[in-house]
Design a protein around this ligand. Structure first.
Ligand code: NAP
Length: 281
């Protein structure tokens, strides 16, 4: 049994993945392309899109940033997506969230055709995951699985507890872990005695969005802790786990920043190449 804690270094693994993608792309005569649609001028969205653009430039993808006014109608936005769906030179389409409240997010996510849906959030791709079929998967949980794989952490037979049931992270995470052979408990705000479940976890994935929500007393020793949460505080970025007090109880833990966040960008990079190959097959 391991006693020493090891940090799951998402930044390092992201760089490895991007280098692998870069090596593959440099030998391709046609470069895969990613189009990001932004509605409005949300500050956090600007930062996330810059990270995606940096990733695309590093790997050698073409990158298109389509900016639309926040008073655009839903129909106009759907028309823009339709144009990109039909454009054979665009291989990946991502609509940056959040969207203004007058636009139906689920409708927009499902307007992107499944083979260009590099966010993996359409009902079709989520369904493919559910059925254990290969598809474009939601980047954050996919990134968690890749991080575990690259650290040779076998999830089979382990009890994985996922806290948070968002369509973006928690639900697909629970399915990916299930498909990989873990026994999964999915918790949320209605879960009674949440700490009891967390203390029973071999792998604890937290995607709640509340800084330092998981405290030392909620984690038993030898747990693998994956902190998905990111909250911007005046002091900087903060995860859902009270990292300083929890880390010494863990066998592995992801830091914030530098854990799951970079993996999300890396898996977007992987999805763009996968989407390209699906379309050119
Ligand atoms: P979300 O849609 O905001 O959902 C939060 C989930 O947490 C819900 O399922 C909610 O339960 C649950 N929850 C809230 N309070 C709880 C409590 N007291 N006890 C147990 N469960 C509780 O979440 P998300 O989109 O998954 O995002 C979560 C966090 O991850 C945010 O900080 C976000 O910024 C971050 N994030 C990071 C990345 C990355 O790349 N690292 C990517 C995506 C998101 P109910 O369903 O019952 O309401």
């Amino acid at each position: 049994m391991r006693n020493k804690m090891e940090i799951l270094d998402g930044k390092k693994i992201k760089n490895e993945i991007l280098d692998e993608l870069c090596n593959e792309v440099k030998n391709m005569s046609e470069k895969p392309s990613l189009a990001v649609i932004q509605v409005g001028d949300n500050e956090a969205s600007n930062i996330y899109i810059k990270q995606k653009e940096k990733m695309a430039q590093y790997v050698g993808y073409q990158f298109h940033h389509i900016r639309l006014e926040d008073n655009i109608t839903e129909e106009e936005l759907l028309n823009e997506i339709d144009k990109l769906n039909k454009d054979i030179n665009i291989h990946g389409i991502l609509v940056q969230m959040p969207l203004p409240s007058h636009i139906n997010t689920n409708k927009v996510q499902n307007a992107v055709i499944p083979e260009k849906d590099v966010d993996g959030l359409s009902d079709m791709n989520a369904g493919m995951l559910f059925h254990g079929k290969d598809a474009l998967f939601s980047c954050t949980p996919y990134g968690v699985m890749e991080l575990l794989k690259r650290y040779n952490i076998n999830v089979e037979g382990k009890h994985a507890v996922v806290v948070g049931r968002s369509n973006l992270v928690g639900k697909p995470m629970s399915i990916m872990l299930t498909n990989a052979g873990a026994t999964v408990t999915l918790c949320h705000s209605k879960t009674k005695d949440l700490a009891k479940y967390m203390r029973d976890a071999d792998i604890l994935v937290v995607t709640v969005g509340k800084p330092k929500f998981v405290t030392e007393d909620m984690v038993r020793s030898q747990t693998i802790v994956i902190d998905v949460g990111i909250t911007r505080l005046e002091s900087g970025l903060c995860g859902d786990v009270d990292y300083e007090n929890v880390k010494d109880k863990c066998t592995y833990i992801t830091p914030v920043p530098g854990g799951v966040g970079p993996m999300t960008v890396a898996m977007l990079g992987k999805n763009v190449l996968k989407a390209y190959k699906m379309q050119r097959k």
